[in-house]
Write a protein that binds this ligand. Structure first.
Ligand code: SER
Length: 869
């Protein structure tokens, strides 16, 4: 009996087959395309070879094979909505492929594919169906004459399906596809027939004959050499080999589905929500491994949407608690061998998933209730855009999540209405922002300012434009605050987190003080005021950067690179920069990490940065071709668009980063690095603030002075300070306890005195007293005490808290409350002293603001009681 191959064996078997045919096995690239802004996520095996096809990147081999992780969610190829509802849509899938870079072409590509399917996998020939591009007679001839495919099982198809392009631009060419016939029992027809959309004939392999490079204007240029790019869905081929129809039948998915059922408590293994969650753990797990973090924009938002969709389906399955992260373990079991990065980042991925789910779980139930209510009352079949928006805005329901829920009730959502509501919110937010900027956003400047500030801090320049109150003017006069645009400038304009330079422009007749520099398009706005004289358009000026400030900024920028490197060394490779701000007196660095840093870790990071500073290596900045920079291992930021020529900043073997900022000469210039604070700014994103140089040493001086003061106050030295404070705190606690005991004793003693002086009104004992300077709380304890001792009686106590405050309290024993209510009595006294009070019949309190009237007010008590007792 032959055992059925597992998905892992099929993946490995494919790679081995092509390795034997002279192909280099290449690892899957990241799901985040390497500096390719045209692509949201890696969505095909050929993405990482794009430049090799175009001829701009040379590799040591001309044949390659890979199993590439792909995500088709968000962006142009969005399968998210279909996942769970069909047998073959996924947010994440693996694409097996073989590639030729100017080596073999159509004949070999077709022969390899056929041999792999019919000889290696032994698929029956009469189950396979071939398509060719209708103008590609060469490919058709190879299939029929050389391979021997029955012409009745081959269709010619137009460009829509059989001319493959990576995107609007880039490598492309005609293709030939291989389909598998799942049998008559499933509805559908061969490609090219009206029933082709059915599930009977499923495309399994696309063999692309890469021939052209399409330009933005639509023209196509021949590639340097004809090439081959093929792609076969691993899940689809595995379903066939494992005798299934649905991809979800394969071993890998069955294991994940069982795990989802186990952690959610679901019992019906056919529930489609199980498939949704099993699919989503794959995309979410791999996206986080590849550096994407849940957020409200771009890639991070796609991840967030998928996680939230998974969480909702988990709850439908019966999950009572946070559950999604628990499935990651099974993903490692299934795919960890092929992708070791999955287990390396286990703790990180699980934490991010858990945090994100916890955050969403807080609003999920409430949002679902609101949505249920809306759906119950819905007239028609479309959920209005403002409801979708409210769920998004208040409960964090992405629109596609609401659509998913609506679909279960055979409803749709008003997407256009939702988009409008979003656009309105955005414009409101923008308006709110405009209040805080004094830059006129409507100004457009064609002018380009040439930046010469890497080499020099002073230079002559010509004034090309002047701006006053958001409009262009010909001159700025003494006292005017405005902006000056120069032909060239040594001033660094704020970018990449680095603050803009300050300094001055020496005018023919006067001075313009520059307080800040910003970019507007390609022009630099030197913002400030004319301190003396006037400046006019076309005037030649002398620009001088404030060198000391620039140097402080440069030191902080260089420190940011060292901090980045130290964090990666201390916490792990998952740390990536999420934002930064570099100023003259501090730096702020945001990075991905799942939990607060312990004091010990912060010390370690601080130590490592200072060690790099003490090593005093040269900071070398080189201008390089982007490809050269990448292969030198320079760290680039995800999603950042770089020019062809980039600056690479290297500090010994500690740090190499692509960076357009300004830096110091040697690491030792920074002197000393000090972390000032660490905090969380969003789920999975931490922020460190730090200083170097003078700012750091001033910060330490301030702390030392404070420590000195504290030492003097508690008579300790800096080494024994903490111990001394601890000792004082303990003693303080002890004293507080003693004071409380004494107060109780005093109240009790005072109570006894008062009882001795009680008066008798118609046989009832009454205590009326004004006690000076007693805490109102003690007063209350005394009333209780006296009441207990009297057993039957009435107590009226008053105290003057200060010159404008009186406290009153009245107690009446239970047997007398039919005759006298404590609240009435307390008000008798409170009203003349300017107050009002209340409480229970046996105990009431009041305050007043006129102590001078207290004696007279208390004198009212006796006659008032005499009438009632
Ligand atoms: N690039 C082609 C596709 O994605 C073949 O791999 O279908």
């Amino acid at each position: 009996m032959t055992t059925i191959k597992s998905t892992s064996e099929i993946r490995q078997g494919f790679l081995d087959f092509f390795a034997k045919k002279g192909h280099q096995t290449v690892s899957s690239s990241s799901l985040v395309p390497d500096n390719d802004p045209t692509l949201l996520f890696t969505n095909a095996g050929m993405n990482q070879f794009k430049d090799t096809f175009l001829g701009s990147e040379k590799r040591a081999y001309t044949r390659a094979t890979s199993s590439q992780r792909c995500v088709r969610a968000g962006g142009k190829h969005n399968d998210l909505d279909n996942v769970g509802y069909t047998a073959r849509h996924h947010t994440f899938f693996e694409m097996l492929g073989n590639f030729s870079f100017g080596d073999y072409f159509k004949r070999d590509a077709i022969t390899f594919a056929w041999e792999y399917l019919t000889v290696e996998l032994k698929l029956p020939v009469d189950k396979l169906w071939i398509t060719v591009f209708d103008q590609d007679l060469e490919a058709e001839k190879i299939w029929i004459d050389e391979i021997g495919v029955d012409p009745a099982r081959l269709s010619r198809i137009g460009a829509k399906d059989n001319f493959w392009s990576m995107g609007d631009t880039g490598p492309c060419g005609p293709c030939s596809e291989i389909f598998y016939d799942h049998g008559e029992h499933i509805w559908g027809g061969p490609p090219g027939t009206p029933e082709e959309d059915g599930d009977r004939y499923i495309e399994i392999w696309n063999v692309v004959f890469m021939q052209y490079n399409r330009h933005a204007d639509g023209t196509m240029e021949n590639l340097p050499k004809p090439s081959v790019d093929t792609g076969m869905g691993l899940e689809r081929i595995s379903a066939i080999i494992q005798n299934g129809h649905s991809n979800y039948d394969i071993d890998l998915f069955q294991a994940l589905i069982k795990k989802v059922a186990e952690v959610t408590g679901a019992t019906d293994l056919d529930n489609k929500s199980l498939r949704v969650v099993a699919d989503h753990i794959r995309s979410c797990g791999f996206l986080i491994v590849d550096g994407v973090m849940p957020s409200n924009e771009g890639r991070g938002y796609v991840l967030r949407r998928i996680i939230r969709r998974a969480v909702r389906h988990g709850h439908k399955l019966g999950a009572k608690d946070v559950f999604f992260f628990k499935i990651y373990d099974e993903l490692i079991n299934q795919m960890g061998e092929a992708y070791p990065e999955l287990s390396k980042q286990r703790a990180f991925v699980e934490k991010i998933l858990r945090l994100e789910e916890e955050q969403f779980a807080k609003t999920l139930e409430r949002g679902l209730q609101i949505l249920d209510g809306e759906l119950d009352n819905l007239k028609g079949k479309v959920v209005p855009g403002d409801v979708v928006f409210k769920l998004y805005d208040t409960y964090g329901f992405p629109a596609d999540l609401t659509a998913d829920i609506a679909r279960e009730r055979e409803l749709t959502i008003d997407e256009a209405g939702f988009d409008n509501a979003m656009a309105e919110q955005r414009s409101r937010a923008q308006q709110a922002n405009n209040f805080t900027t004094d830059y006129n956003n409507t100004l457009v400047i064609e002018q380009k300012t040439e930046f010469i500030g890497y080499e020099t801090l002073q230079s002559p320049a010509t004034v090309t434009h002047l701006v006053l109150d958001g409009a262009f003017v010909d001159s700025l006069n003494e006292g005017d605050s405005g902006q000056v645009i120069l032909s060239q400038s040594p001033f660094y304009a704020e970018s990449g987190g680095q603050s803009g330079d300050a300094g001055q422009l020496i005018l023919n007749n006067g001075t313009f003080i520059v307080t800040d520099t910003k970019k507007l398009g390609n022009a630099f706005l030197h913002r400030g005021y004319v301190s003396m004289g006037a400046v006019t358009v076309n005037e030649k000026v002398h620009a001088e950067v404030d060198a000391a400030r620039r140097q402080s900024i440069a030191l902080h920028h260089s420190a940011t690179h060292l901090l980045h490197a130290a964090l990666r060394r201390t916490l792990g490779e998952h740390v990536t920069q999420k934002g930064s701000l570099v100023d003259a007196d501090k730096l702020r660095f945001d990075f991905s990490h799942f939990e607060p840093l312990s004091t010990a870790l912060l010390h370690q990071v601080n130590f490592l940065v200072n060690e790099s500073i003490r090593n005093n290596v040269e900071v070398v900045t080189q201008l390089m071709d982007i490809e050269e920079a990448k292969s030198s291992g320079a760290m680039a930021l995800f999603g950042e668009k770089y020019d062809d020529m980039v600056r690479v900043v290297q500090m010994g073997d500690t740090s190499t980063e692509l960076c357009g900022g300004t830096h110091t000469q040697r690491t030792g210039d920074m002197g000393f690095f000090l972390i000032r604070s660490e905090s969380g700014i969003a789920a999975g994103i931490r922020r460190i603030e730090a200083s170097v140089g003078l700012a750091a040493s001033e910060a330490v001086d301030t702390v030392l002075k404070e420590v000195d003061n504290a030492c003097r106050l508690v008579k300790a030295d800096s080494v024994s300070l903490a111990e001394k404070i601890e000792h004082l705190l303990d003693r303080n606690k002890l004293l507080e306890k003693e004071v409380a005991q004494l107060k109780t004793k005093m109240a009790s003693a005072a109570g006894s005195d008062l009882i001795a002086n009680a008066i008798d009104i118609n046989g009832v004992k009454v205590v009326i007293a004004n006690i000076e300077g007693v805490d109102p709380k003690i007063l209350r304890d005394s009333v209780d005490e006296i009441k207990n001792k009297l057993q039957s009686g009435i107590v009226v106590l008053a105290t003057k808290v200060d010159d404008s405050k009186v406290s009153l309290i009245v107690g009446v024993t239970k047997d007398l409350i039919q005759k006298v209510k404590a609240g009435d009595l307390v008000n008798l006294v409170a009203v003349p002293v300017g107050g009002k009070g209340g409480g229970r019949p046996d105990m009431a309190m009041a305050g007043g603001n006129n102590p001078a009237a207290l004696a007279d007010a208390l004198a009212l008590v006796e006659p008032w009681l005499a009438e009632r007792l």
